[in-house]
Design a protein around this ligand. Structure first.
Ligand SMILES: Nc1nc2c(ncn2[C@@H]2O[C@H](COP(=O)(O)OP(=O)(O)OP(=O)(O)O)[C@@H](O)[C@H]2O)c(=O)[nH]1
Ligand SMILES: [Mg+2]
Length: 325
C-alpha cells in the first residue's frame, strides 16, 4: 500500500482528470476496500452527480452487449460513461472477458468511455464494499453515467446492485427464467425489465409473464417498465435508455435523489457491518479459539455437545459480545 502522502497525490491527480491515477486507485480499492477511508475526505464533495445504472441478470443474457450499445447511445447524447463489470465468482472469466473485449472494441479509442472489470479475487472486504468505493472514485473523476454489470443472480450480486440508482434486470425468453429471477429476489430490486434476445421464440410471452408477476407483487400503481431488445443488433436499446433517463428525469427524482443516496450509504454501511460481523463470528466459532473468554468458550462448547439449544445460546452470545466492548 502506498504511503498516505503518495495516496493523497494520486487522488489529486485523479481529480485533475488523470485516467492512470483512476486506474491505480481502482486496483487499490479492489484489493483493499478500507483504503476508501483515506481517500473519501478529499473526494466526498466532488461526486454525487453520476447516474449509476445497475445491469444484472442470468449468465449470457446479453448484459455486456447491452452495456456496450447503451454506452454508444449515452456518448451520442454528449455524456461520458464508465462501465464496471463485477464478477463475484471466478477469476477465470477468460471466455466472456475475451468476448467483451471484442464487443467493447469500438469504445477503446474514445476517452469518454472507461471500461474496467473487477472480481472478488484478492479482496479482503467483499465485492459490494469495493464496488461502493470504486463507483465513488468514478463519480469523483466526473463520469456522467456509470454502468454496473454483475454476472449471475446470487446474494453478492444483489448487494452489488444496491450501489446503483436505477436497476435494469435482463432476462431472455427461455423457460423458467422469469421464475428464477423472482426467486433470486431480482423482481423486487428491478426498476426496469429488459427481455433481451427477442429474436427468439417466446419473447412476447415472457413480457406477459413478467407483467403478471409484477401485478401479483405490486399495488399496480407503479409497475416497472418492460423493454424488449435485441442487443446484438441494437434493437430497442435506445428505447431502453429513454426509459432509464425518464426514471432519472422524473420530476420527483431531483428531490428524491439525496434521499436515495442517503439510503444507499446506509445500505453500504449495513453490508459492510454484516461482513465484519460474519468474519468476527467465524473467528469466535473457530474450534477452541484460545482468545475466547471462558464464558464464551463454555457457551460454544455447550451448544457443540448439545447441552444448550443454539437459539437461546445466540442471544447469550450476543450479550457476551456486547458486554465485552
Ligand atoms: N440471438 C441473440 N443473441 C444475443 C442477443 N444479445 C446478445 N446476444 C449474444 O449472446 C451472447 C452473450 O452475450 P453477453 O453480452 O456476453 O451476455 P452477458 O449477459 O454479458 O454474459 P455474462 O457476462 O457471461 O453473464 C453473445 O454471443 C451475444 O452476441 C440478442 O438479442 N439476440
Ligand atoms: Mg458480461
Amino acid at each position: 500500500m502506498p504511503s498516505v502522502d503518495k495516496l493523497q497525490e494520486e487522488v489529486t491527480r485523479l481529480l485533475d482528470g488523470n485516467i492512470r491515477s483512476l486506474s491505480r486507485l481502482i486496483t487499490l480499492i479492489e484489493s483493499t476496500p478500507d483504503v476508501l477511508g483515506l481517500i473519501y475526505p478529499k473526494i466526498r464533495n466532488t461526486g454525487g452527480k453520476a447516474h449509476i445504472i445497475g445491469i444484472t441478470g442470468p449468465p449470457g443474457a446479453g448484459k455486456s452487449t447491452l452495456s456496450s450499445t447503451l454506452a454508444t447511445h449515452i456518448r451520442e447524447s454528449g455524456r461520458t460513461v464508465a462501465i464496471l463489470a463485477c464478477d463475484p465468482s471466478s477469476p477465470f472469466t477468460g471466455g466472456s472477458v475475451l468476448g467483451d473485449r471484442v464487443r467493447m472494441q469500438s469504445h477503446y479509442t474514445d476517452p469518454g468511455v472507461f471500461i474496467r472489470s473487477i472480481s472478488n479475487r484478492g479482496s479482503s472486504g467483499g465485492l459490494s464494499n469495493s464496488t461502493y468505493g470504486i463507483t465513488t472514485l468514478l463519480e469523483a473523476f466526473g463520469f456522467d453515467v456509470i454502468l454496473l454489470e454483475t454476472v449471475g443472480v446470487g446474494q453478492t450480486e444483489l448487494d452489488v446492485m444496491k450501489n446503483s440508482d436505477t436497476v435494469v434486470v435482463v432476462i431472455v425468453p427461455e423457460s423458467g427464467d422469469a421464475i428464477q429471477t423472482m426467486k433470486a429476489g431480482l423482481m423486487e430490486i428491478a426498476d426496469i425489465f429488459v427481455v433481451n434476445k427477442c429474436d427468439r421464440a417466446g419473447a412476447d410471452r415472457m413480457v406477459r409473464d413478467v407483467r403478471s408477476s409484477l401485478q401479483l407483487n405490486d399495488d399496480h400503481s407503479d409497475l416497472a417498465p418492460i423493454v424488449k431488445t435485441r442487443a446484438d443488433v441494437g434493437d430497442g436499446v435506445l428505447e431502453l435508455l429513454l426509459e432509464i433517463d425518464t426514471l432519472r428525469g422524473n420530476p420527483e427524482f431531483p428531490q428524491n435523489i439525496d434521499r436515495l443516496r442517503s439510503a444507499k450509504r446506509l445500505d453500504a454501511l449495513r453490508s459492510s457491518v454484516l461482513l465484519e460481523m460474519e468474519s468476527m463470528l467465524d473467528t469466535i466459532l473457530t474450534k477452541d479459539n484460545p482468545e475466547n473468554e471462558p464464558a464464551l468458550a463454555s457457551l460454544i462448547n455447550e451448544v457443540e455437545i448439545g447441552q444448550k439449544d443454539p437459539i437461546t445460546a445466540a442471544r447469550a452470545l450476543l450479550n457476551l459480545i456486547k458486554g465485552n466492548k
